[in-house]
Ligand binder design. Structure first.
Ligand SMILES: [Fe+2]
Ligand SMILES: [Fe+2]
Length: 171
C-alpha cells in the first residue's frame, strides 16, 4: 500500500532553511496583493478616460493578466510548502502588504500615477522577500525574482506612458 507522505516528511520542505510558517505568511501577503493588483488593473482598464485611453487601457489589461499569473505562481508555491492560500476574498485587504487604494479618478494621468505607486510598493516588497529567502529557499527565490522582474517592467511601462501623456499636454 502506498504510504501517505506527511508534510514534515517532505524533503522539498525540509530543505527550506528558514521558518516555513513565517515564509507562508509572507507569501500569503504577496498573494493578497496580487489579487488586489489584478482587480485594480482590470477595473482601471475599463474605467480609464482621456488622451491615449486605448493605449493605456490595453497596457493596464495586460498588467492585470500578469498580476493574475503572479497570484497563481504564489498560490502554487504556498500549497507546495504545505500552506493554504487565503481562502476568503474579504481577507485580501486585511492581509495585503501594499493595501487597496480604490481609484478616485478615472482620468488617465491619475490612473497611471496610482498604478505607478502600486508597482513601486510591489517592487520594494518583492525585493525584501528576495533578501529574506536568499540562500535559504532557492525555489521561492526563483519565483520571486521572476515576479520582481515583471513588476519592474510594469513600473517602466507606466512611467513611459505617463511621460508620453505629459508630452502631449505640453504641445
Ligand atoms: Fe504582481
Ligand atoms: Fe505589477
Amino acid at each position: 500500500m502506498k504510504k501517505v507522505v506527511k508534510k514534515n516528511e517532505r524533503v522539498g520542505i525540509q530543505i527550506v532553511e528558514m521558518d516555513v510558517e513565517k515564509l507562508l505568511k509572507t507569501l500569503n501577503q504577496a498573494y493578497a496583493d496580487e489579487w488586489i493588483a489584478y482587480y485594480q488593473y482590470w477595473l482601471c482598464a475599463k474605467l480609464v478616460e482621456g488622451p491615449m485611453r486605448t493605449e493605456v487601457a490595453a497596457e493596464l489589461a495586460e498588467h492585470a493578466q500578469e498580476e493574475h499569473k503572479h497570484a497563481t505562481l504564489l498560490a502554487d508555491r504556498i500549497v507546495q510548502l504545505g500552506g493554504t492560500p487565503i481562502l476568503k476574498p474579504e481577507a485580501w485587504v486585511k492581509h495585503a502588504g501594499c493595501g487597496y487604494d480604490a481609484t478616485k479618478h478615472a482620468y488617465v494621468q491619475a490612473v497611471l500615477e496610482e498604478n505607478i505607486k502600486g508597482e513601486q510598493c510591489a517592487i520594494k516588497t518583492y525585493n525584501s522577500i528576495l533578501a529574506m529567502v536568499e540562500g535559504k529557499d532557492p525555489v521561492t527565490y526563483d519565483i520571486i525574482l521572476s515576479i520582481l522582474a515583471d513588476e519592474i517592467e510594469h513600473e517602466h511601462d507606466l512611467v513611459r506612458l505617463l511621460s508620453s501623456l505629459k508630452g502631449i499636454k505640453l504641445v
